[in-house]
Design a protein around this ligand. Structure first.
Ligand SMILES: Cc1ncc(COP(=O)(O)O)c(C=O)c1O
Length: 377
């Protein structure tokens, strides 16, 4: 069976884990933890990066920083991960869904401005598959209306748009180190802070609302509780594992990108251009995800079945959040035609570091057969 995803394991993680075991220091804010933060600050050219227990935790810190109140409006795509929205739903924000573009699955910038009201507090832009073709335009709209931009860059470690790291456009951004990501530590994430006014409060929120970090660093004589917060730290064991992988991020990303390009070369022969993944000219991908658009939901599902019979796992992607049972009746119904269409026809193919070209060729060959035999005509 060619599986859909194999979590990255480089072998170098073990040596760093041994160092932690010997050190006897296991909780947050240790040496590897600090090294990860330093490395990430470089990658994202950020004012500050806070390592967190997940991407969702980083979004929780963001929601707390913005002091989101019931009824505050947040504009965001429904074609997203539940973790993109849960911190805001938890605080009873009013989620205002914005449609996406079929090509890049990024927010439809032309729809965005129409959704802004006096109650809008923030826009969350998801860099789908870690890529963007319009984050600069979204940022400009946010600037014009004095809105906070949060970049959900969960999948986008090491990606670049217009010579600038994705994750560095939003006032705040997040990245995830869940095991499905290019580099990971099982569960993990980071909050990327590009607006310095958030740094101090964000650090306190991550540390149960306290200033214990300053106390640990010897800057104050006792620590105390200042604000709402929680424990959003990543442990030193996870940080050691992550650091081993972060050191090889460029190699991992290049390898995934080579797989992405191989699929493109092979699938280009039988798929229409608009069915292939679109990478904007000024965007550098990290090969996180390879997805195509099939002709209909039925077509897609039949291809998944056929590939499965040939020992190949493939999958759909996001189920639109505005259609999830949790939301039914909570908010006014939204019409998101592009989101609904893309969600029905999108098909994701295996991509991971150890996937070799022989497998990519076999997947492409079986896909070509299934794609043409299952289409309606
Ligand atoms: C786009 C997006 N946002 C948010 C998240 C949540 O990240 P985590 O699973 O680290 O909480 C994910 C996770 O896969 C994601 O893909």
């Amino acid at each position: 069976m060619i599986i859909f995803n194999e979590p990255l394991l480089l072998g170098t993680e073990r040596g760093y884990l041994d160092q932690v075991l010997k050190s006897g220091y296991f909780c947050g804010n240790g040496e590897f933890f600090r090294k990860c933060e330093e490395t990430l600050t470089g990658i994202f050219q950020a004012q500050k990066v806070l390592l967190t227990s997940s991407g969702s935790s980083a979004l929780n810190i963001a929601a707390e920083l913005l002091e989101i109140q019931p009824g505050d409006e947040i504009i965001l795509p429904s074609f997203a991960h539940v973790g993109t929205v849960s911190a805001f739903a938890l605080r009873k924000a009013n989620l205002v869904w914005c449609d996406i573009k079929a090509s890049t699955r990024n927010l439809a910038e032309n729809d965005l401005e129409k959704l802004i009201t006096k109650r809008t507090r923030a826009v969350i832009a998801v860099n789908y598959a870690g890529m963007s073709d319009n984050i600069d335009q979204v940022k400009e709209i946010c600037r014009k209306h004095s809105l906070i931009l949060i970049e959900d860059n969960a999948q986008g470690i090491g990606t670049v748009y217009q010579n600038q790291s994705l994750g560095s456009f939003g006032d705040l951004a997040i990245v995830s180190f869940h095991q499905t990501k290019n580099v990971h530590c099982g569960e993990g994430g980071a909050l990327i802070i590009n607006s310095p006014q958030f740094i101090d409060a964000a650090q306190k929120i991550r540390d149960r609302g306290t200033d214990r970090k300053e106390f640990n660093e010897g800057k104050i004589s006792r620590w105390t509780w200042w604000m709402n917060g929680s424990n959003y730290y990543l442990s030193e064991l996870q940080a050691a594992f992550l650091y081993a992988q972060l050191r090889q991020m460029e190699k991992v990303n290049s390898c995934r990108l080579a797989i992405f390009q191989r699929y493109n070369e092979l699938l280009n022969e039988f798929l229409p251009e608009e069915a292939l993944p679109f990478v904007a000219e000024n965007c550098q991908s990290n090969g996180h995800c390879y997805s195509i658009l099939t002709e209909s939901e039925q077509h897609r599902n039949k291809i998944i079945d056929k590939l499965h019979k040939q020992g190949i796992q493939s999958t759909f992607h996001y189920q639109p959040l505005h259609r999830a049972p949790y939301w039914q009746g909570l908010y006014k119904t939204s019409r998101l035609p592009v989101t609904e269409k893309v969600a029905a026809v999108i098909l994701r193919l295996p991509v991971y570091y150890d996937l070799d070209f022989i497998d990519v060729d076999a997947i492409s060959y079986e896909l070509a057969k299934a794609y043409s035999s299952e289409r309606k005509d």
